[in-house]
Design a protein around this ligand. Structure first.
Ligand code: AMP
Length: 249
């Protein structure tokens, strides 16, 4: 059973993102980049399924600039067997990524695609769902537990106020939530081993996909700064402030 894991290169979650002075986007020049955290969870899950003898191969895919190779090497250091880079300078939107992944699914025929539930840069939460729709496959999003069986997967997912368990037919798309697992740290020997694993590069045109953006970003702005709080002496003063200053009661 082959598992395909899309991994996105995003600004590291420890970095405080800065909006470009002209408001056209986020400044990523000289900023530390890393694998999207939900995708790390996806790679870990796929590798655990391989270690358990359920999956036979884990293929990591990244779409974007040449530097996405680093993201693929990071996935291979966790345990993915090989990587595919779909290289383009065009800023990719979820629909374009979903179409690229569809082309790769048609070629690679994985039993499962495990994606992150969302990329922490665009927070779109769209790619996995769009891929499932384009493939006509079932989807189980926000997975907190995944069990693969004969031609079927059982997925526990986090929903408002509880957990829902779904059974879906394979092939399918699963997207990971935070509590699915805790990704391992890549060891130095595994980082070295990953450098020798196969990494293929293709262009969107090779896959017959037009990745031209369909949406235009009009403006990106910092959230307004929060003003400092004040300490009140007693409940009466609090109520007075809520009534007369904040005017919320
Ligand atoms: P999004 O819909 O942008 O929030 O992304 C959801 C998931 O789709 C991510 O966690 C990745 O697994 C996958 N994905 C999105 N963009 C890319 C990309 N450029 N390359 C590889 N995978 C991606």
């Amino acid at each position: 059973m082959k598992i395909l894991v899309p991994v996105k290169r995003v600004v590291d979650y420890n970095v405080k993102v800065r909006v470009k002075a002209d408001g056209t986007g986020v400044d990523i020049a000289n900023v530390k980049m890393a694998m999207n955290p939900f995708d790390e969870i996806a790679v870990e899950e796929a590798v655990r399924l391989k270690e358990a003898g359920i999956a036979t191969e884990v293929v990591a895919v990244s779409c974007g600039v040449a530097a996405c190779q680093e993201t693929l090497r990071a996935a291979m250091a966790i345990g993915a067997d090989r990587g595919i880079l779909v290289e383009t300078e065009v800023e990719l939107q979820p629909l374009a990524v979903a179409k690229l992944l569809k082309a790769l699914c048609d070629k690679e025929q994985p039993a499962v695609v495990i994606c992150g539930k969302q990329a922490i840069d665009d927070d779109a939460n769209q790619t996995g769902q769009m891929l499932a729709a384009l493939m006509g496959w079932p989807q189980a999003t926000f997975a907190s537990k995944v069990t693969l069986g004969e031609g079927r997967a059982t997925v526990m997912r986090e929903i408002d106020g509880g957990l829902e368990t779904l059974e879906i037919k394979l092939p399918a798309v699963v997207t990971t939530d935070l509590r699915l697992n805790e990704p391992r740290y890549a060891t130095l020997p595994n980082i070295m081993k990953a450098k020798k694993k196969p990494l293929d590069t293709v262009k969107p045109a090779d896959l017959g996909v037009d990745v031209t953006p369909r949406l235009a970003t009009l403006k990106v702005a910092e959230p307004p700064k929060r003003s400092a709080g004040v300490r009140v002496a007693d409940v009466a003063q609090l109520v007075d402030k809520l009534k007369n200053e904040a005017k919320v009661i």
